[in-house]
Write a protein that binds this ligand. Sequence first.
Ligand code: FPP
Length: 238
Amino acid sequence: MSRKECIPSHIAIIMDGNGRWARQRGLIRIRGHEKGTESVREITRECAKKHLKQLTLYAFSSENWKRPKREVNLLMKLLKEYLIKERKEIEENNIRLTAIGRINELPEDVQRELTISMEESKNNTGMVLCLALNYGGRTEIVDAAKEIMRKVKEGKLRLDEITEETFREHMYMPDMPDPDLLIRTGGEMRISNFLLWEVSYAELWVTPVYWPDFRKTHLEEAIRDYANRERRFGGLIE
Ligand code: FPP
C-alpha cells in the first residue's frame, strides 16, 4: 500500500458499550450515551483532520426502537441537542453532514434539526459525516429492491440490465465509497445489520474499549492495524 492508501478513505463505526460503560460506574444507561457524544465529537474531528472522505456512525439502528421508551426518547433528545450544538464544529471543520436510514420515521423535531444541519453544511468540501439513523442493512437492501422492481414494472429498467451497480445506485447514499475499515467498540464480534451491502470488503477491527472511552489513540491504533493489512479483494497480490 502506498502512504496515501494507509489512511482508510471511509471508516464506519459501530459505537457499542455505552450501557456497560454506565453500569460499570453505577450510572443509568443514558449517562453512557451522553458520554458517548464526547467520543463522537473527538473522533469526528480527528477523522476530518486526517482528511478521510467519509466517517459513518451507527447512531440508532432500526432495532433500537425495541428499547424502553424512556431510553429511546432520551436518545432522540440527545441526537437533537447534538445536531444543534455541533453546527459550529461541523462548519469549522468543513464537514458535510448526511444521514442514511428511514429518516421519515424519526420524530419530527429531530428530522427538522437534521434537515437544517444538512442544508447548512451541504456546500462544505471536507469530510462527509454520515449518521445512520433508524438504519437497518436488510431494510436498505429491501428498499433498494422495491425501487428497482418498481422501475422494472414501469418499463424503466429491464430485468437483464440489473447488476450489482444497479443495487448500489439504489442504496440510501449511492455515491458513498464502500467503508475500508469497520470499527466496533465494546468487544462483540458482530455486524449487527450495519451497512450489509457496503461492508463486503471492509477490514474489521474490534476493540473491547467501550464507546464513551474511545479516543484519538484508539482510532490511531485501528488505522495503524489497517495499514499493515494486505487487501486483496478476492484476488492475489503479486
Ligand atoms: C450502543 O450502546 C449505542 C447506541 C445504541 C447509541 C449510540 C449513540 C450515541 C453514541 C450517542 C448519540 C449519538 C450521536 C451521533 C450524537 P449500548 O447502549 O447498546 O451499549 P451496551 O451494549 O453496553 O448496552
